[in-house]
Design a protein around this ligand. Structure first.
Ligand code: SAM
Length: 294
């Protein structure tokens, strides 16, 4: 008899009833009930029998099971203790999975990688993320420059579009640049609400982030670079000049800001959303050097 995967409506309901499990909305619990979507995610992630996988939020194990089948080893971080006995049952047939009961935001993922995967093994993060903390999770993982090749994650469609957005689009903003400084970002799949139980209120997409070995631009001070970008989008409808003057008002005169814009070959009448990451880097370096003089 073919195996009945966890990611089916009937098996999911069966498990919910058996364990009397009630979804916690506050933990972003929307479980996947469609194996085709899961196989597609795993394919997009580049998972093979040689690769390791890190999952965030295994839930009842729908994605974990598919990762166990397709990857060499799987380590999954789950915050909700109530899911442990369920996972013990659903993953009993797989000896290449370890579930760690821990908040991913507090976990030392680098240490876990060192202790659970082979040296030089290619590792991918694959997850159907809890939507309430998508951005903090992804920013933590990419900023920590973990030794992983890519992150392929199901997230809210609108957030996926913002993370992968290019200049001169409505979705482009400081989040796009923050993500693209560390990774190459691309939306690989749009997913209908029907593949989740319970169905979320928002649309979902799968985003693939491939870690960069080096940032695409050289910046003198990363914190200042990101601060300047945030400030440039503070009031989206206003010009870059306007936003910058507000950001730098206690530090530089308006005419100094004008000179720096000119030196960076950027028209202050443009809006932040038209600037490429290279232009932001050139501008941030000019301003940072000027501020460092005083
Ligand atoms: N992977 C399962 C699936 O696709 O069916 C469940 C995905 S569900 C969208 C998100 C999961 O993340 C839930 O199991 C939830 O308990 C877990 N979770 C929420 N916050 C977490 C955190 N801070 N650290 C680790 N897991 C978390």
């Amino acid at each position: 008899m073919p195996k009945k995967y966890i990611a089916t409506p009937s098996r999911t309901k069966e498990l919910l009833n058996k364990y009397g499990f009630a979804f916690k909305k506050s933990l972003g619990q929307n479980f996947l009930i469609d194996v085709n979507v899961l196989e597609n995610i795993i394919h997009q992630a580049g998972i093979t029998k040689e690769t390791g996988a890190i999952e965030i939020g295994p839930g009842m194990g729908a994605l974990t099971e598919q990762l166990a089948i397709h990857a060499d080893r799987v380590v999954a971080f789950e915050i909700d203790q109530r899911l442990l006995p369920i996972l013990e049952e659903t993953l009993a047939d797989y000896d290449n999975v370890e579930v760690i009961l821990e908040d991913i935001l507090k976990a030392d993922v680098e240490e876990v990688i060192k202790t659970h995967f082979g040296e030089d093994q290619e590792i991918h993060v694959v997850a159907n993320l809890p939507y309430y903390i998508t951005t903090p999770i992804l920013m933590k993982l990419v900023r920590d420059r973990l030794p992983v090749t890519s992150l392929t994650v199901m997230i809210q469609k609108e957030v996926a579009e913002r993370m992968a957005a290019v200049p001169n689009t409505k979705s482009y903003g400081s989040l796009s640049i923050a993500v693209q400084y560390y990774t190459e970002a691309r939306v690989v799949l749009n997913v209908p609400k029907q593949v989740f139980m319970p169905q979320p209120n928002v649309d979902s997409s799968v985003l693939k982030l491939v870690m960069r070995k080096e940032p695409p631009v050289q910046v003198d001070n990363e914190d200042f670079f990101f601060e300047l970008i945030q400030a440039s989008f503070a009031q989206r409808r206003k010009t870059l000049r306007n936003n910058l003057n507000r950001f730098l008002q206690e530090k530089l005169e308006k005419h100094q800001v004008e000179i720096l814009l000119e030196e960076a070959s950027i028209d202050g009448g443009r809006r932040g959303e038209t600037l490429t990451i290279e232009e932001f880097a050139a501008l941030a370096n000019k301003v940072y050097r000027e501020l460092s003089k005083s």
